[in-house]
Ligand binder design. Structure first.
Ligand SMILES: CC(C)(COP(=O)(O)OP(=O)(O)OC[C@H]1O[C@@H](n2cnc3c(N)ncnc32)[C@H](O)[C@@H]1OP(=O)(O)O)[C@@H](O)C(=O)NCCC(=O)NCCS
Length: 154
């Protein structure tokens, strides 16, 4: 199986495409991706399309983790897998890599928000040992609440 790989500015079209086909709203824009790609506090993990043969987009999925100086809490800011590539363990691999990376960068805790109406993602997080600890009301553009999940890394 092809390895996961870093994401660079050359992947910007693939990131924007994934965002468009994976999220109905609250999408990261091209400008935001380009900004994040330049920041040392943002870490992207990419799944090459070759992993699953999901077309010629260059990326079948990605995960994005944010770090804050002076904080041991890392944040999984986004994760997405091409619909054509789902259900084959790619989301799990990306999440496991995100956990490893957060640990390597010294985080004690990895946190994330997820829509309350996103059972696939919620099942993935629970399967990897995350638990929900709070709700954020009216968190998304359309007023949907977020569940906050976390996993201790130590
Ligand atoms: C969530 C997402 C990343 C999962 O990716 P994936 O590659 O299909 O996930 P995997 O095949 O690795 O599945 C891993 C586990 O997640 C859970 N899971 C994934 N899809 C599921 C589904 N449709 N229904 C129930 N559980 C699901 C299961 O626990 C699964 O383990 P199993 O296969 O042993 O049952 C993908 O559905 C996606 O990109 N969704 C749109 C973007 C999104 O919602 N991102 C999260 C925002 S917070």
């Amino acid at each position: 199986m092809t390895d996961l790989r870093p994401v660079t500015q050359d992947d910007i079209d693939a990131l924007v495409r994934l965002e468009a086909i994976c999220f109905p709203g609250d999408r990261l824009t091209r400008a935001r991706f380009l900004d994040l790609l330049r920041r040392p506090s943002a870490a992207f993990i990419g799944a090459p399309a070759a992993v699953t043969g999901a077309g010629a987009t260059g990326l079948a999925g990605y995960a994005l983790i944010l770090f804050r100086r002076g904080s041991r809490v890392a944040r999984l800011y986004s994760i997405a897998v091409d619909p054509e590539a789902r259900g084959r363990g790619l989301g799990r691999r990306l999440m496991e890599a995100a956990v490893d990376l957060a640990r390597q960068r010294g985080a004690d805790l990895l946190r994330l928000e997820v829509r309350v109406d996103n059972p696939s993602a919620i099942a993935l997080y629970r399967a990897l040992g995350f638990h929900d600890f709070a709700t954020r009301r009216d968190y998304y553009d359309d007023g949907t609440d977020a569940l906050r999940f976390e996993k201790a890394l130590v």
